[in-house]
Design a protein around this ligand. Structure first.
Ligand SMILES: Cc1cc2nc3c(=O)[nH]c(=O)nc-3n(C[C@H](O)[C@H](O)[C@H](O)COP(=O)(O)OP(=O)(O)OC[C@H]3O[C@@H](n4cnc5c(N)ncnc54)[C@H](O)[C@@H]3O)c2cc1C
Length: 411
């Protein structure tokens, strides 16, 4: 027998976007639930570098940009949430670092030096004096310049866990094959959950897709083609080093994007991994893993020749960034949420950055207000959904990877 439930808002996809949004919706009094196909944050969020950045990495051309300004307030916003006085309670989340470094291997262009010293970037970037350098840059062979950014780095699995715990009982695991989408002749979509234990028909005043790269397939199931999505692939490198430094920093190169971005993350076996992104990961997309590992080894040996890489263990991770489609595949500056063309109760969202998940939720709430969708007075009985398990947080890529020694040939 089929059961029915009526929600104010049903969210599909439980990465940072969906989980942040359901926190805001619950706080605002909406009757809401989230449905995750696999594990929370499984595609991008747990694979991210966890940087909550204030946009300085988008100013490497020596000027403020739309992207640098759209994101400038975000570290402070997240700090409030971490302290328990923001729009979402993140007190259970772990901070990996309260700063991010930016360094150059030689001297930074004079335009950039002047820019970083200017009023435009005041409070967002500081030059680090030699005596204040972290241990990794105290080596006598370091000749470049070092800056400190206000950006923070979070342990993303702990962020996702905290967000899920705040809305306990509302975050379901719903495998794709048990989710059946239909659209009626009023152009209203609905979701039917079909399991061996029974069927539940879910109606919602608004469905919001926050399924990352899964959004396109979901739209397709409903015969929708917009909002359109773009995929920008990366191949990250993971390296377990036998050295004592956790490190978070961008290396400046000649491009307008960082040459190498390094973040450090705890593994479940007690070890730490250095996670390498930036241009290395963008340009390495089509390389076979061994070639990319050799390239990463070359980069680290050039940029930090004092690092001992002899016992390092290596792995790579191909991963996609999913975003709203832009002209010429450029990186979007802002979070996006837009209405589906032919479904009256469906919108689709991509945060485009972990950092911008709070903006996405604020924008989603504003759109609900504009469309007259207020929290219902009547409480929704969620017990028909007891046939679904609660979703859990995805494992980190470094806990799933097959680490191996440096490839034997090609050095
Ligand atoms: C390597 C890498 C590093 C990054 N580093 C940073 C960084 O340091 N700072 C930063 O701000 N941003 C960073 N980003 C960007 C950031 O990670 C993403 O913008 C953000 O995590 C996207 O969140 P999301 O919730 O939209 O998607 P996801 O985290 O991908 O979550 C989508 C969820 O939807 C689920 N799903 C998919 N299909 C379905 C379906 N049919 N039904 C139900 N659920 C479904 C998936 O299982 C997944 O759990 C990085 C991205 C990458 C790839």
């Amino acid at each position: 027998m089929s059961q029915h439930i009526q929600l104010d808002i049903a969210i599909i996809g439980g990465g940072i976007a969906g989980l942040w949004l359901i926190n805001r919706l619950q706080n605002a009094g909406y009757q809401c639930a989230l449905f995750e196909a696999h594990a929370l944050g499984g595609d991008q969020s747990v694979a991210s570098q966890g940087m909550i950045h204030g946009g300085i990495k988008y100013t490497l051309s020596g000027t403020l940009t739309g992207a640098s300004e759209a994101i400038a307030d975000m570290p402070a916003h997240w700090q409030d949430c971490l302290a328990g006085c923001g729009d979402v309670d993140l007190r259970g989340a772990n901070v990996l670092s309260d700063h991010f470094y930016m360094w150059s291997s030689a001297s930074v262009t004079s335009k950039l030096t002047t820019f970083f010293a200017s009023k435009a970037t005041r409070g967002r970037v500081d030059k680090v004096k030699a005596q204040d350098r972290p241990p990794i840059f105290q080596h006598r062979d370091f000749k470049g310049q070092l800056y400190k950014l206000v950006d923070i780095v979070l342990d993303v699995p702990s962020v996702l866990q905290t967000l899920a715990s705040n809305v306990e009982g509302r975050v379901y695991q719903l495998p794709k094959q048990q989710a059946h989408w239909t659209k009626d002749d009023q152009n209203t979509c609905q979701l039917t959950v079909k399991t061996d234990q029974g069927e539940v028909n879910i109606r919602a005043r608004q469905f919001i897709f926050t399924a990352g790269q899964g959004n396109a397939e979901l739209l397709q199931q409903l015969g929708e083609s917009s909002p359109e999505m773009q995929i920008r692939p990366l191949q990250q490198v993971m390296v377990k080093l036998n050295q004592p430094y956790g490190f978070y920093g961008h290396c400046l190169g000649t491009d307008k994007t960082p040459r190498l971005t390094i973040s450090s993350h705890p593994c479940s076996d007690g070890s730490w991994v250095w996670y390498l992104g930036g241009s290395l990961a963008e340009k390495g997309v089509d390389q076979d893993p061994d070639t990319l590992i050799r390239q990463a080894h070359r980069e680290l040996s050039n940029l930090m020749p004092w690092l001992d890489l002899s016992d390092a263990q290596w792995a790579t991770l191909p991963v996609n960034r999913a975003e709203p489609k832009q002209q010429n595949m450029i990186r979007p500056d802002k979070a996006f949420i837009g209405q589906a063309e032919h479904c009256t109760n469906l919108s689709v969202a991509w945060p485009t950055k972990l950092t911008l998940a709070p903006n996405l939720a604020t924008e989603a709430l504003e759109q609900l207000q504009q469309r007259g969708i207020q929290p219902s007075d009547a409480k929704t009985d969620l017990s028909p959904l007891d046939l679904l398990p609660q979703a859990t947080v995805a494992k980190s890529p470094w806990d799933l990877a097959d680490f191996r020694p440096f490839p034997a040939t090609g050095l």
